[in-house]
Design a protein around this ligand. Structure first.
Ligand code: ATP
Ligand code: MG
Length: 431
């Protein structure tokens, strides 16, 4: 520790064992440029937190006292973006770096209350100077103490206004300010607490847990597209299983996934989600691709079957019931979060392929194997079998079919191990 004043504590990077080789040289070069023009500039947020924890930072966000137009003028390959707040994307080494100006964190509600005439001019006003602030204000408008650390890579010093370093040492996720106020201001912070706790394997202090329980319902009022983005960050960024477990503890999965009327998850559904998220986390770790449509095709699969079982009394063909039920389930899901259309079509394709994959009629093979969603649909078959759905050995059959040559495939086609006529979808498996 070098110096302290009333609130600020400054640490030498070396004392916090920050590995400077892990810091993007492009981020450092942007900071040097800003500092050379007498602006202050720091790396902030998740990157500093992750550097101190010796994790690989996902991205390097930069903050400065330069205004967006000043940043823009300094970097030829930059553009000003943002609807809620203006910030600048600076292109360096083929990647974009987010450079933002210190913000005061004055909430828009407050601004609108004091300036009702500005209500109709939201964009213009919300990007006005009134929202810019000092580094101190910028720190206190952030969500968690561990996310409010500033790193100057030139001086090699960490600036801590809120006790973030202590939070990292104690492995505790602490909210900056009164949790009930901060959660009400922006309920997405609840999800951020869950995601970051899951990612770091930290603890949520019990009083914050209580506020999470009390305020969870506010998520109903958050924009559905923002919730979709948050759901991907929770489930597809390597800490899906841990996030899911925390969400369940707070009874919060229903804010992201339509779980049929009673919001119940039976043992089989739980197992399906756990197995899928575990393998998704592993794929992220191995830097393999993961997809939103597969995620939601699996998360909504139990609800789809429950919906089919409700219609079964109508004695229609199961394919038709699946198609009607898909629409019902996705309509219900749309009232919770908004999944972009391009994914919805793929989710339906993954579901529609489930019965043909089990029946494996000879006339369907070419269509199935060439279908763009074949791989994801086959993965869902494997998952369903892993957790005990009886699918006439379809997983093994398609695994061998893909590996085999023409001759092996002909043998498989004549295999008597399955009897397509006897296949019956167990629609009660997830009830
Ligand atoms: P990750 O490693 O997953 O990117 P992160 O903490 O960097 O985690 P970002 O979404 O990249 O998350 O946000 C960058 C920083 O912006 C955060 O560290 C935090 O300081 C601040 N921030 C983000 N969202 C909020 C919010 N809803 N309220 C207050 N501060 C926020
Ligand atoms: Mg980040």
């Amino acid at each position: 520790m070098v110096t302290t004043d009333e609130k600020l504590v400054i640490y030498n990077a070396i004392d916090k064992s920050i590995n400077i080789n892990k810091i993007s040289k492009h981020a450092v070069s942007i900071i040097r440029t800003l500092q050379s023009k007498n602006f202050s500039a720091y790396i902030v947020g998740g990157a500093v937190r992750d550097l101190i924890l010796k994790l690989e930072p996902k991205d390097f966000d930069i903050v400065t006292d330069a205004k967006p137009c000043e940043i823009n003028a300094l970097f030829p390959k930059s553009r000003v973006i943002g609807r809620r707040f203006l910030l600048v994307h600076v292109k360096k080494g083929g990647a974009f770096y987010e450079v933002s100006t210190f913000r005061s964190g004055v909430s828009k509600n407050y601004i609108f209350q004091s300036h009702p005439l500005k209500k109709n001019n939201r964009k213009k006003y919300s990007t006005g100077d009134s929202e810019f602030g000092t580094i101190h204000e910028d720190a206190f408008r952030r969500d968690l103490t561990i996310n409010a650390l500033y790193y100057d890579p030139v001086k090699e010093q960490v600036y801590d206004f809120t006790g973030g370093v202590k939070g990292l040492l104690d492995k505790k996720v602490m909210i900056i300010g009164p949790p009930e106020v901060r959660f009400t201001e922006d309920p997405v912070r609840i999800i951020r607490v869950i995601r970051i706790t899951a990612k770091l394997n930290f603890q949520i202090p019990s009083d914050i847990e209580r506020h999470i329980f009390n305020k969870f319902d506010l998520l109903k009022d958050v924009s559905k597209s923002r919730l979709f983005d948050e759901s991907l960050k929770m489930f597809l960024h390597g800490q899906g299983l841990a996030s899911y477990e925390l969400l369940r503890r707070f009874n919060g999965l229903k804010y992201f996934v339509y779980l049929n009327k009673k919001n119940r998850i039976n043992k089989n559904s739980n197992q399906l989600f756990e197995v899928m998220l575990k393998s998704t986390d592993l794929r992220v770790k191995q830097k393999k691709s993961v997809s939103p449509h597969f995620l939601f095709a699996v998360l909504l699969w139990p609800s789809l079957l429950i919906q089919v079982s409700k219609l079964e009394k109508e004695r229609s063909v199961v394919r038709k019931l699946m198609s009607i039920s898909s629409k019902t389930v996705l309509t219900k899901q749309a009232s919770i979060i908004s999944i972009p259309k391009r994914y919805l079509f793929k989710i339906i394709d993954i579901w529609n392929l489930q019965i043909p994959l089990v029946e494996r009629r000879a006339k369907d093979h070419q269509f199935i194997i060439n279908h763009p969603c074949f791989r994801a649909a086959y993965d869902l078959i494997l998952l369903r079998e892993t957790i005990g759905e009886k699918l006439n050995d379809a997983g093994r059959w398609w695994t061998e079919y893909q590996k085999g040559n023409k001759c092996d495939q002909t043998k498989l086609l004549h295999e008597k191990a399955y009897n397509e006529k006897n296949y019956k979808l167990n629609t009660h498996f997830y009830e």
